[in-house]
Ligand binder design. Sequence first.
Ligand code: SAH
Length: 324
Amino acid sequence: MERLDAFMARANAAYYATRDPYADFTTSPEITQVFGELLGLWSAVTWEAMGRPDPVLLVECGPGRGTLMADALRAIGGVAAPFAAALRLHLVETSPRLRALQAERVPDATWHDALEAVPPGPVLLLANEFLDALPIRQFVRRGDDWAERFVDGGAFVERPAAAPEGADAEDGAVVELCEPACDVAGHIARRVLRDGGAALILDYGPAESAPGDSLQALHAGRPANPLAEAGSADLTAHVDFAALARVARDVGATVHGPAPQGLFLTRLGLFQRTGRLARTQPPARAAALVQAAQRLAEPDRMGRLFKALAVCHPGLPCPAGFEP
Ligand code: SAH
């Protein structure tokens, strides 16, 4: 018997170490090159607002195949040569398989197993669909009491537990808690306060904390049983943006958002940039680029459930895309 977070940690470590995640799901940077380009330009603009520190750490957590960073660096190289020269690339990735793929696309990087290992210094940090893969705990309201979910032989078992902090829910409702994601938010906040900088977190989840079981497994693009053999599918859960924002603000950082991804990317120029790129392409490719941008931005696709959150040094102005 294992607590759910221990099961999820073991399952995802095995999954990312041995499988090609992109056979089971796709992500924004894999849908269109414009996503990574816009995040690269966001970093360049934010670097200017920081007073152009040189050197500056450009950090990505969970870089997947390295697509986002390769697209970001290409865009930065095109319009922001001083930033390109100042940045030092640090990638946080635990999977040796994915590190090898990342090294093919982004050779000039230093890899780390954990964010804590990244050296100090002014920082710009990007994380897309990283926090949703971190292990969650689930608590279930049972009358006046609470239970916590464990996994035993492919099924949930409940054991009596203390009430999760601040939680209120109806009988039978599930409340989720992602301690590692809160730790990451706290670490980022302390870091930008100490050394200066900003972090941009994109992921899927509600803007306000709400009860509900969001644990999901994807296999070959279809929902699968999350409690099946550990490592056979990618396990994710909704990111609790309100909880992350609370942790970062408690430390003293300034938080912007969460903004719906569609609004955020549109403000950064998703459709203008896509249009400019599409005009240089043959018709079929041009149409595919426009459709890809729509997929990221439309509310009933990835535009609303996905959110962007910025964690910044309090001295920075409101970052691009978060204007009230
Ligand atoms: N950002 C990429 C990949 C998302 S998949 C994209 O948008 O396509 C999640 C990524 O986080 C993978 O690279 C995975 O190996 C990595 N990852 C998962 N758990 C991690 C952990 N605890 N520490 C570091 N990296 C982790």
